[in-house]
Ligand binder design. Structure first.
Ligand code: AP5
Ligand code: MG
Length: 215
């Protein structure tokens, strides 16, 4: 299945995608993770992207579009994928549609994670990542076991002022693409508030129900 996750920063896209990918046997493709890896490796792309990311701005469309279109052409993505964090602008969504039209394999479902802004701020500032496993924790909502706590890292864009900028970008640039997708595919809005298991159950229900059956 070809799935797109759309939701504000810290709405649980990465957390849920990591749980879903093994269940469906398809890759989790996170533009943010790929860009952070490019920054860490010091590649040309990473050098261009770093300042935008640290300021909570969007990386220019052409850089991100090339990165993701190249990734979805890889053999492991031929039976489906979960796109997390891409597309984020109308130009990105249109580029993805055009590329998939050439293969005859369009996006089958868009999942919109709905989480209120104040919950986003609380979650994002308490997020910590395990650099060894990539596991996402939360100091408040999903605390790490004591033995991994010391090695956890915080993302450089997870301070409150930067989270607020990312949130504003989301409302201005990304939310409008939900209307674009509503015209061409099956969009499901789920609440991202609740336990990780509750959100996962809503996600599975939204993926399993047939087109046109509502939310
Ligand atoms: P990216 O990495 O994509 O960040 P984001 O979209 O802002 O989303 P996050 O990763 O912050 O949140 P998430 O929804 O994955 O939440 P998570 O599961 O971690 O992008 C980073 C930057 O890269 C952008 O700002 C931009 O500069 C650039 N970029 C990336 N893609 C781009 C693109 N397409 N175009 C241009 N630029 C691009 O969960 C968050 C926290 O909440 C965790 O601590 C988790 O434990 C906790 N949590 C999860 N679920 C729950 C729950 N149900 N209840 C309580 N807590 C929960
Ligand atoms: Mg993420």
């Amino acid at each position: 299945m070809r799935i797109v996750f759309i939701g504000p920063p810290g709405s649980g896209k990465g957390t849920q995608a990591k749980r879903l990918k093994d269940r469906l046997g398809i890759p989790h493709i996170s533009s943010g993770d790929m860009l952070r890896e490019a920054v860490a490796r010091g590649t040309e792309l990473g050098k261009k992207a770093e300042a935008y990311m640290n300021q909570g701005a969007l990386v220019p469309d052409d850089l991100v579009i090339d990165l993701i279109l190249e990734r979805i052409r890889q053999p492991d993505a031929q039976s489906g994928f979960i796109l997390d964090g891409f597309p984020r602008t109308l130009a990105q969504a249109e580029a993805l549609t055009a590329a998939l039209e050439r293969t005859g394999l369009p996006i089958e479902r868009v999942i919109h994670f709905n989480v209120p802004d104040e919950e986003i701020i609380a979650r994002s500032t308490a997020r910590r990542i395990d650099p060894e496993t990539g596991r996402i924790y939360n100091l408040v909502f999903d605390p790490p076991p004591p033995e991994v706590r010391r090695r956890l890292v915080q993302r450089s864009d997870d301070d409150e002022p930067t989270v607020r900028k990312r949130l504003a970008k989301y409302h201005a640039e990304t939310e409008p693409i939900l209307d674009y997708y509503a015209g061409i595919t099956d969009v499901r809005t789920i609440s991202g508030v609740g336990t990780l298991e509750q959100v996962q159950q809503r996600l599975l229900a939204a993926l399993n129900s047939n087109a046109g059956s509502g939310v």
